[in-house]
Design a protein around this ligand. Sequence first.
Ligand code: UT7
Length: 326
Amino acid sequence: MSFPHSRIIGTGSYLPPRAVANEELVRELAARGVETSDQWIVERTGIRQRHLADAGVVCSELATEAARRALAAAGLQPGEVDLIVVATSTPDFVFPSTACLVQKALGAPGGAAFDVQAVCSGFTYALAVADSMIRTGLASRALVIGAEVFSRILDWNDRGTCVLFGDGAGAVVLAGDERPGVLAARLHADGRYESILRTAGNLCAGKVAGHPYLTMDGQAVFKLAVSVLDAVARETLEAAGMATADVDWFIPHQANVRILHSAARKIGIPLEKVIVTVDRHANTSAASIPLALDLAVRDGRIRAGQNVLMEGVGGGFTWGAVLVRM
Ligand code: UT7
């Protein structure tokens, strides 16, 4: 059976319990000779704390907990889902996919399960893919999850990156429907910029080949992010036949409060319509958008019938936007 549309019918999220405030991180880094400050982190990024997973906690565990909460919000049992898509750059294994591990943990065998690798744009990619699969009859109810343990790929001696990221997971249940939920989506990539943000390592002959830590040219990423977020927002709104004024809530990828604000200003969305979690979560890559969505649904800001514009941007270089009616 195929449906003309898909809708978000439940959201959930999970943060590892250990919240590390800037002051604590600054002390830990100072002990290893890395100099930074709460003031620098807050002024340049807006980040005040991040959640970090304990040693041994893996991506699929965070993803499974977020999925359970999204399923509960949707009033569904795991077995009622026939597609699981996990957006992540920090999977448990090279293979099998994190989605298969989540499926096993939920006890819901049989449906399709796979990972999407589009780094910080991953959730927008995963949501667009799941929406397409529902509309073409390949699935009827999907769990779409963004989950990361970025702390595992950070070089804690590189102050230019290690203060920026956190761990967490967010999920939505997307279901086939006669009424429109996902109104439009647009996805892009430009591989020529692959080197400005990457973790250029792999496993080879029993060893790590290449570099196992995240590296970033922060200023290059910043400039590109602001320009592509503006363009893809306009493109997506146009595809839905809508104007900026029709957007009730804007959820950009949460990397830096300065990027969020300048993207909103460029698009013409007032700052009070921007959901901001980067202060509490830091940059959780593919998890940042569904984490912010779930928070704002649960605190009552995002309500049924409202239009939410979600935008991702990150390594690859990738970017994308999904406009949904809740
Ligand atoms: O999730 C994917 C998307 N990622 C992003 O969107 C990240 C985009 N980039 C950014 O958010 C910003 O570029 C950063 C927050 C990464 C950096 O901010 P910036 O204003 O571009 O700083 P910068 O890289 O130009 O560095 C300015 C100074 C440098 O010192 P000098 O050369 O001016 O003496 C850095 O060495 O700040 C220094 N610095 C730090 N100082 C204290 C860099 N990191 C730190 C730090 N603490 N943690």
